[in-house]
Write a protein that binds this ligand. Structure first.
Ligand SMILES: *[C@@H]1O[C@H](CO)[C@@H](O)[C@H](O)[C@H]1NC(C)=O
Length: 331
């Protein structure tokens, strides 16, 4: 199922290492444990000296836009929740505590959360929350953005609620941050730049006797396009003084994707959180996945920045729900 082929490419690898992902989930303020239910993307450091540079996701047509690199591979466990529960997704970068920087300070952009039955089908991702948090302060003061001014400043905490009366079953949360520090041009026009997408999926089981089914949503890939709203955006127009500029060149930001579902909690609140349980550090993914199954990867020899090669991974999304197996444990 995870067949792969090694291809040598001449692409130069993008090298930013600001790989934010979800390290844990609090349910009504109670930590469920390190990586519990989280389909951890394969990008927290690479193997050997060079490391892979297969993420963040920039190709909007890639299957990686769904749940990130290796997002089809299940976590061994699933988080049980009820309609109305408050969930706090705990995003981090290097480690899971309050001294972590969460996301690089240049990575301004919006945050978004979708919900889909597990497994996703055509048009099954429903947007339940979004925040651009663009605040147009008098130029030349910087604008304020969800990723850098809210999530990073709040120790990586992204709040959401399980929709009222949601029908019991297995779902995936697809939470996402988008970073625009190289987003003034599309990845399609210039593959060395482009907006950076950091999607991450969490397995949940909704219990109870709810009757509400999710409405029709969007597909990933498919929901975003290079010429659609909020995908190509010069964030520096609004967030940095440029000597050559005396006025901001942009004052609004349209968040990509559909509107938030009317059945969702568009407004969320931070709930008090328990201490984190379990570890605060991650085992590099290179120890739990072999090199040959990495998708869309290019990797370099650190000393020479020469690209050594890349490999192609064929994601194996099932069309029916699969009970997670402890065999998929990665940590
Ligand atoms: C956070 O975790 C990292 C990695 O284990 C550690 O180096 C750092 O000292 C920790 N910070 C605090 C305040 O515990």
């Amino acid at each position: 199922m995870h067949a792969s082929s090694l291809l040598v490419t001449s692409l130069l690898s993008a090298s930013a290492n600001a790989h934010v992902f979800i390290w844990g989930v609090f349910v009504n303020g109670v930590d469920q444990g390190l990586f519990k239910g989280v389909r951890t993307p394969a990008y927290n450091n690479g193997p050997g000296a060079g490391g892979y540079a297969n993420s963040p996701v920039k190709d909007l047509d890639s299957i990686d836009l769904r749940c990130n690199v290796l997002g089809d591979i299940q976590a061994p466990d699933t988080i049980k929740v009820k309609p109305g529960d408050h969930l706090t997704l705990d995003w981090h970068h290097d480690w899971r505590n309050d001294t972590d920087d969460v996301i690089a300070s240049s990575h301004h952009g919006p945050s978004l959360i979708y919900l889909t039955p597990d497994p996703p089908t055509e048009n099954s991702f429903v947007k339940i929350w979004e925040e651009g948090l663009y605040e147009s302060l008098p130029f030349p003061k910087p604008g304020k953005w969800s990723t850098t001014s809210n999530i990073a400043k709040n120790f990586g905490h992204m709040n959401m609620r399980i929709p009222v009366d949601l029908k019991a079953g297995f779902y995936l949360i697809r939470a996402e941050m988008i970073a625009f520090h190289e987003g003034e041009v599309s990845y399609k026009m210039n593959p060395r730049r482009g907006a950076q997408f950091y999607p991450n999926c969490v397995q949940i089981e909704v219990v109870g006797d709810g009757t509400v089914e999710l409405p029709k949503g969007v597909s990933f890939p498919g929901a975003y396009s290079y010429d659609g709203p909020g995908v190509v955006y010069d964030v520096y127009c609004s967030t940095e003084t440029k000597k050559t500029r005396t006025t901001p060149c942009t004052t609004t930001y349209p968040i990509p994707g559909p509107t938030v579902w009317s059945g969702a909690w568009a407004e969320t609140t931070a709930v008090p959180l328990s201490p984190v349980t379990g570890g605060t550090t991650a085992t590099p993914w290179s120890t739990w996945i072999v090199n040959s199954v990495v998708t869309s990867a290019s990797y370099t020899d650190k000393k020479s920045i020469t690209v050594v090669g890349s490999s192609t991974y064929k994601a194996g999304w099932s069309s029916t729900y699969q009970t997670p197996s402890p065999a998929t444990k990665r940590w």
